[in-house]
Design a binder for this molecule. Sequence first.
Ligand SMILES: [Zn+2]
Length: 92
Amino acid sequence: MFYSGAIMLIFFLVFFGICTLGTVFTIIGTIVKNDWGINLDPIHCPNCNHVKSSLFRKPKNIRQALWGGGTCDVCGTEYDKWGRALGATAKR
Ligand SMILES: [Zn+2]
């Protein structure tokens, strides 16, 4: 009986540990603006300052589907969720 209780306790500690870690990653990511963070503000294109019109983003590749960001409808610049230019289309 003690043994199965200990297994349940370990399971819940690991489960809540992972949940807490995910929350901490998201909070830190939002502060330092990395891929883990959440950006609720509209994204301006880093090249032409165009704001994406649609609220629902349509990912053009796996990176955009996983980590957010998008491709500008006007000039085609790819940017991350914080509006920073990425990849080969970036003009700096
Ligand atoms: Zn643009």
